[in-house]
Design a protein around this ligand. Structure first.
Ligand code: F0G
Length: 455
């Protein structure tokens, strides 16, 4: 059979409030043309993020009812700890309320002012937590990552020569090396096992620990199984084990590949670091056997970490993202290729070549998709890049993108057919789309709250 079906039945549904393009035009104006300012009920297909938006299984909901809410040493904690150890292979597990809390605690224990933390590409919160401590977050993506039109299998890889040069020059300033799998900032592209191994060898040659930002670890493992020679016959749990066997620890937002709505953790092999992390944890997150989570959350994460490793789930997940990318590409819509794991990235720069960067083509495209079809994505371009903190100048990035992130187990193939149809229709009338100007913006992270007016 060619058709790959959703490997689940739907038992509980959440109605979508239908709306017309005219209603959405009005709502868009009310929201200052910023999709972050829209009440979610006014959205038909919400592709703002794949974080915390998953549908949980009946098994997870059942596990939640069995949550043990004891303050210290709850049964749910032991189940969570055992599962994380079994899946990732790290001895020390520290629970947190989400990924950025894990980052803050890891860097709080390791990064000093003036330090440099290299990665394939840091996610915003990873970068912000390093910069908050006076460190520098340096992205070293491989050269293939820059070209959205080629089909290289592992565009999430680190540029090994650049990493070696940085370590040669500044090893004393590097407390650890990070690796984001899959690479969210770079289009959800995976990192190969060979690259993980090589980065670890390099790190360890210089006596540095390697930490993996593990949010989408199962999706990365699936890509290794599909694309890397030698792994077709290896099971997903074995691939995951091998990926993390090269690392010294990880940070995790459970809101992605643990299939839950809240949660996270960090892991390490280093017992003294684990102690320091737990001391920091108690200050703001909570006691080390719950870390800001309820017992029921720990149960849901433990169950989700097992479910996400099922091949039927991962095949459906990755195929449904590729389905959208391939249909758009066939219709001539400029889209980042190959398909990543968790999101479709429209290339707004090539979609709207008549709109210059400082008139925010990504913003224009995201607003048009909402107005036309009620689809909410997010601009990843000049608006999100913000201004240079020293000069206040705009700093357009290389690519103007719109990310359509796909929540896990939430939408069906007909929702995705609707998304494809809507994008193709907007593409057909792209000449009519105009740019925007900003009418009001805050000093930091302006994309969340700025207001816009069409030109
Ligand atoms: N690392 C990566 C690669 C992420 O994508 C995210 C979150 C985090 C860390 C932080 O985790 O949100 O649990 O604190 N990404 C979301 C997104 C917000 O929409 O891409 P968190």
């Amino acid at each position: 059979m060619r058709t790959i079906i959703e490997p689940f039945r739907i038992k509980s549904i959440e109605p979508i409030e239908m709306s017309s393009p005219e209603m959405r035009s009005e709502w868009l104006t009310e929201a200052g043309h910023n999709l972050f300012r829209l009440p979610a009920e006014r959205v038909l297909i919400d592709l703002l993020t794949d974080s915390g938006t998953a549908a949980m299984s009946a098994r997870q909901w059942g596990a939640m009812m069995a949550g043990d809410e004891s303050y210290a040493g709850a049964r749910s904690w032991y189940r969570f700890e055992e599962t994380v150890r079994r899946v990732f292979g790290f001895a020390h597990v520290v629970p947190t309320h989400q990924g950025r809390a894990a980052e803050r605690i890891l860097f709080g224990c390791t990064v000093n002012s003036g330090d440099v933390v290299p990665s394939n590409a840091h996610f915003d919160t990873t970068r912000a937590n390093i910069e908050y401590l006076g460190g520098h977050a340096v992205d070293l993506p491989c050269a293939e990552a820059a070209d959205p039109t080629t089909d290289e299998p592992f565009k999430g890889n680190v540029d090994l020569a650049a990493l070696e040069a940085l370590l040669d020059a500044r090893a004393d300033d590097v407390p650890l090396i990070m690796l984001t799998i899959t690479n969210n900032t770079g289009g959800g592209q995976p990192v190969s096992m060979a690259n993980i191994r090589a980065v670890a060898e390099l790190a360890h040659r210089f006596g540095k620990p390697l930490y993996i930002d593990a949010c989408r670890f199962a999706e990365n493992a699936w890509f290794i199984k599909q694309r890397e020679p030698g792994y077709a016959g290896t099971s997903i749990p074995e691939i995951v084990h091998e990926m993390f066997s090269h690392a010294d620890g990880c940070t995790m937002s459970a809101k992605k590949d643990a299939l839950v709505n809240i949660g996270g953790f960090l892991c390490t092999r280093d017992p003294s670091l684990a102690e320091r992390e737990k001391n920091l944890l108690i200050l703001s997150e909570g006691f080390p056997t719950y870390g800001g989570l309820a017992g029921r959350d720990l149960e849901a994460i433990a169950a989700g970490l097992e479910e996400v490793l099922h091949e039927d789930y991962l095949r459906y997940r990755i195929v449904s993202t590729a389905y959208v990318v391939d249909h758009l590409h066939d219709a001539g819509v400029p889209v980042v290729r190959p398909a990543g794991g968790h999101a479709v990235y429209l290339d707004a720069g090539r979609f709207l070549p008549h709109i210059p960067a400082l008139q925010y083509p990504g913003q224009s495209l995201a607003a048009a998709l909402y107005q036309h079809a009620g689809i909410r994505g997010v601009e990843i371009g000049t608006v999100m890049a913000g201004r240079d903190p020293d000069t206040g100048a705009e700093r357009p990035p290389q690519l103007e993108l719109v990310r359509l992130a796909i929540p896990r187990r939430v939408y069906t193939q007909s929702h995705m057919d609707y998304v494809v149809e809507a994008i193709v229709e907007v593409f057909e009338r792209r000449d009519r789309l105009a740019g925007y100007r900003i009418t009001d913006e805050p000093p930091f992270l302006r994309h969340f709250t700025a207001t816009f007016a069409p030109l």
